[in-house]
Design a binder for this molecule. Structure first.
Ligand SMILES: Cc1cc2nc3c(=O)[nH]c(=O)nc-3n(C[C@H](O)[C@H](O)[C@H](O)COP(=O)(O)O)c2cc1C
Length: 171
């Protein structure tokens, strides 16, 4: 069993840019029937909204994980060491619609506040969705970004999630 230490958002001093964009993260949620799905994400952010510590997560409509997030209103973000790079690549190319990729990759699901996360992570953020809104075509002020990122018009939904708990693995 991994040993976890809870830290507050102010105590968490890692680089958001490195952890999200370079290391990548898993976005994980659970349906009422106990099934869990996860996907890799490398876009998003951490910050403050409505006086709360929040995570900004974007999910395209075709992701199976979106069903899980929408059904439960809760998700975890998990960050991993470099030795899990291959697993993160897998979770970001295979869909949970086609196989139980969590079992295939041998990850261990644990729970905190009824929210699934992975024991193998080094950092866990347990969150509750406060706000969800699909990006609108007409809201893009830069047409180049819109056309480059959404040639199929599969605009992300933006989720703003309250960070309820941050767990860091004890060395
Ligand atoms: C490095 C990386 C970053 C990704 N970031 C995102 C993201 O921020 N949002 C998103 O919707 N998909 C993102 N994806 C794609 C999903 O992870 C991928 O489509 C995944 O297979 C979806 O799985 P699912 O259908 O089981 O949810 C990313 C993929 C990779 C490899």
């Amino acid at each position: 069993m991994a040993q976890w230490k809870e830290v507050t958002p102010n105590q968490w001093e890692e680089s958001v840019f490195r952890r999200i964009s370079k290391d990548w993260m898993l976005v994980t949620a659970e349906k009422e029937d106990g099934s869990v799905n996860t996907m890799t994400a490398s876009w998003g952010g951490l910050g403050i909204m409505w006086n709360k510590p929040v995570a900004f997560v974007v999910i395209r409509p075709q992701r199976y994980t979106k069903e899980f997030v929408d059904a439960s209103g809760r998700l975890s973000l998990t960050f991993f060491g470099e030795e899990y790079r291959k697993m993160l690549g897998y979770m970001g190319t295979v869909s949970g619609r086609d196989e139980d990729k969590i079992a295939v990759q041998g990850l261990t699901v644990a729970h905190e506040r009824q929210t699934p996360y992975f024991e193998e992570a080094d950092t866990v953020m347990i969150t509750r969705v406060l706000f969800a809104q699909p990006y609108q075509e007409e809201s893009f002020l830069d047409a180049e970004v819109r056309e480059k990122m959404y040639p199929s018009k599969d605009y992300h939904t933006l989720y703003i999630c309250e960070i309820e708990k941050i767990l860091v693995k004890e060395q």
